[in-house]
Design a protein around this ligand. Structure first.
Ligand code: C5P
Length: 227
């Protein structure tokens, strides 16, 4: 029977966020932000191992108590997210048929239920897929002056989230074939091989912490869930 693994790339510097430490270490509900991410993944007993990929230069990880079952910390982050994931995948030593779920450390409002939905929907899928959300708003393309150059039809547009779940063999082949600088998620590497990943409806609360204002919302979501 195939196993299930999670890879959490957390080797980014969070330059857009602009904090003194990488955003995954910012304090949220008394813990580093990515503790919440990891806690949801580690709570799933059907996931054999959760590989956290941090930078070899990481100065923050050892300052905190993590205390999470099945967590394996690897200091093998790369210069891009895709390279961090690729390094994590190589460290897993997974069989080609094993499932790998890749999830951004900065999506800290992930719940066990969201992952269970993805696992259930994709259990028999020949390709794999990802959590994503249909675009609710009208979408504009901007010109260089911040004016509307065009309006894109929103029908059929989705916002990609994570986890993104693929067989280890296919994901490894996809990542060995791409220019790491050109992809921002695993699905696009799979698409380049000619496959069509399945879109599984995610949740708006599974957003990625990118800007300081996102922390306020994440705090409110985590507090409301605790009540
Ligand atoms: O920068 P962005 O928010 O898109 O990063 C998404 C995830 O990828 C984050 O969890 C970040 O820490 C991780 N990442 C990484 N290695 C990099 C760049 C980003 O693991 N070189």
């Amino acid at each position: 029977m195939s196993r299930r693994y999670a890879i959490v790339p957390a080797a980014g510097s969070g330059s857009r966020f602009g904090a003194a430490c990488p955003k995954q270490y910012l304090q949220l509900a008394g813990r580093p932000l990515m503790w919440h991410t990891l806690a949801s993944l580690c709570a799933l007993e059907c996931i054999d191992k959760v590989v956290l990929v941090i930078s070899a230069q990481d100065e923050w990880f050892d300052d905190y108590e993590w205390d999470l079952p099945r967590l394996s910390v690897q200091r093998i982050g790369g210069p891009t997210r895709a390279e961090s994931v690729s390094n994590g995948l190589a460290a897993l030593d997974a069989a080609a048929d094993d499932w790998v779920l890749v999830h951004d450390a900065a999506r800290c409002c992930l719940t066990v239920g969201m992952v269970e939905r993805l696992l259930a929907e994709l259990a028999d899928d020949p390709v794999g897929g990802l959590l994503a959300l249909p675009v609710p708003d009208t979408v504009k393309r901007a010109d260089r002056d911040g004016r509307v150059a065009s309006t894109l039809p929103r029908s059929g547009l989705w916002l990609a989230q994570t986890p993104q779940m693929f067989r280890a063999g296919l994901l490894s082949r996809a990542l060995s074939d791409v220019d790491f600088d050109t992809i921002t998620d695993e699905a696009s590497a799979i698409e380049k091989l000619g496959y069509k990943p399945r879109l599984v409806e995610g949740d708006a609360s599974n957003f990625k912490i990118t800007w300081p204002r996102d922390l306020t919302l994440a705090r409110a979501i985590l507090a409301a869930r605790k009540e």
